[in-house]
Design a protein around this ligand. Structure first.
Ligand code: NI
Length: 225
């Protein structure tokens, strides 16, 4: 599932991120790439251990924890501390798949989901679309600052070359309690239907209670915690 999550960060939070990031020392993005993707990657990143990266990463993790769409769609078990990248004119990231396993300090985890949280608006740069491939073809994604795209980490994807301006983003991975994208998508659709029904007929309606029970029992069957 490819999911657009709107307004993960408010305009004020985006402005705060950009102020802090503007003062950072940006390094070659190959530092966090795997062997194959290092060949494909031409961008800049803020080192993951920079205090500003940690402060802004915590801001984003807090916002994600309060975001019902992210929690329902990702069913997160662990979220990798967000990193920050930047593509200036001429930079790009050719087609690749993200590493399956990542380390956050001593913690090793599986990347089930990849996420890009845009920190610049589409009119600030040309090119720079995130292009994700799936069974239905290619999807070009370019979102307003503060919005995020969530997609299966197993997808082939790339960032199109920037031809004007600069594209700034936060990116991270999550290990889900539910490994399968297909199962997560079913749970997401079911949860949305239950939420809508709850508004229409109330939480205590016997059919809502039954569907909520089914949701929980599917999650119990599929979740690894
Ligand atoms: Ni990638």
């Amino acid at each position: 599932m490819l999911l657009h999550v709107e307004t993960v960060l408010t305009p004020d939070q985006v402005a705060h991120c950009r102020r802090l990031l503007a003062d950072q020392h940006w390094v070659d993005g190959k530092v966090t790439a795997g062997q194959q993707s290092a060949q494909a990657k031409r961008n800049l990143q803020v080192p993951g251990d920079a205090p500003a990266a940690r402060e802004l990463g915590d801001l984003i993790l807090g916002a994600l924890g309060r975001n019902p769409a992210f929690v329902s769609a990702a069913l997160p078990l662990r979220v990798f501390p967000p990193l920050f990248n930047r593509y200036d004119a001429g930079m790009a990231f050719d087609t690749h798949v993200d590493n399956a396993i990542r380390f956050a300090g001593p913690v090793r985890f599986r990347t089930d989901l990849s996420a890009t949280l845009f920190l610049t608006d589409p009119d600030e740069y040309d090119g720079g679309e995130l292009i994700v491939e799936d069974a239905y073809g290619e999807h070009a994604v370019k979102l307003p600052a503060g919005d995020m795209i969530l997609y299966p980490a197993s997808s082939l994807h790339r960032v199109a070359p920037i031809t004007r301006g600069s594209r700034w983003a936060a990116f991270f991975w999550a290990q889900s309690m539910v490994r399968s994208d297909e199962q997560r998508t079913l749970l997401w659709n079911l949860d949305n239907a239950i939420q809508a029904l709850t508004v229409n007929v109330g939480q205590t309606d016997p059919d809502v209670v039954s569907l909520a029970g089914t949701y929980n029992n599917l999650l119990r069957m599929w979740a690894e915690v």
